[in-house]
Design a protein around this ligand. Sequence first.
Ligand code: GDP
Ligand code: MN
Length: 387
Amino acid sequence: MKIHEYQGKEVLKRYGVPVPRGQVAKTAGEAERIARELGTKVTVIKAQIHAGGRGKAGGVKLAKSPDEARQIAEHMLGMTLVTQQTGPEGKKVLQLLVEEGLEIERELYLGMVIDRAVARVVVMASAQGGMEIEEVAARDPDAILKVYVDPAVGLMPFQANQIAFGLGFDGPTVKSCAKFVRNLYTAFVACDASLAEINPLVVTKDGGVLALDAKINLDDNALYRHPEYADLRDLNEEDPLETEAAKNGLSYIKLDGEVGCMVNGAGLAMATMDLIQLAGSMPANFLDVGGTAGADRVAAAFRILMSDSHVRAVLVNIFGGIVRCDRVANGIIEAMKTVRVNVPVVVRLQGTNAAEARQVLQTADFPFQVADELAEAAQKVVAALRK
Ligand code: GDP
Ligand code: MN
């Protein structure tokens, strides 16, 4: 789960990671009030969207007075921000973070992510932080220092020091940097993050070390043990179809192709997507309806598939192991009564009572195309959309 910068900073603050003072604003009036309360000569107005690259796209602006903060906020709120990470459709700005302006001496990079290949948290640091870090990583990967953390002992103090020295700190700031790294690691583990990226980590003219930006992703699989983070979810930032799917207990991920897939089991869903590609088209989604493909779920799944205007044909591929195929077939027919399906539908049902299921589908009002084998089903659905 992605969260906003201002939320990430609130989490970090609780673990002793220094962040600039600031507050979130939903209106220009609030932005002005916060700027006034901060009382600094300069304030920074930052668009809160679930994507980076805001600086270059006009989503981070400096205001020299509360009045200017209000003007900037008026302009930014409601705008669609297109950055390198949003895709061409951009993201609508509905909230702003208003922060104290700091006098920045250096911009560095500090990130933590789980490296699945070695099953460890890897800490990445670079003295060349700021807005060009992706280019640094591509051009000069050695400029990024990596430290792997043994999960049994956690981040060792010498490793935190290694990062501080690697970033070019000296004198008293070594200590503040090492402490920053240790606290960030504690926060990462405690909130079950999958990513924590501080870019830039800044050193101010008066020697402070702060997180000027914070991108924190929480591991979806661990959210169940963090009820305290449930309301950090921002549905405005999430795909409405994926939200609808989650409500109905479906695992759905939208993709770019034109064949809508409805499958039970993640492995079968992956295989189905592969065969659609092999047959010459592309899946419009990954959709796992789960073990119990009852009429309600099938109807919800059809509704989701039909609200994607790219879907030009549907492939239903259900293996009846626990669930009986004839029951699924009846579920599909029930579902078609409540959802308008105006594209060809190819159905492959295999397993318990497959013959009965075929009978049910072939005598139905809807012109289902039935297939026995998976490759055949994929070829039929691709042929149907080419017609
Ligand atoms: P991103 O582009 O979405 O990653 O947004 P960032 O939060 O990283 O901000 C982009 C850039 O804006 C930073 O690299 C800084 O150069 C600048 N910036 C952000 N906050 C401040 C601030 O408080 N003071 C100053 N002087 N610059 C800031
Ligand atoms: Mn940034």
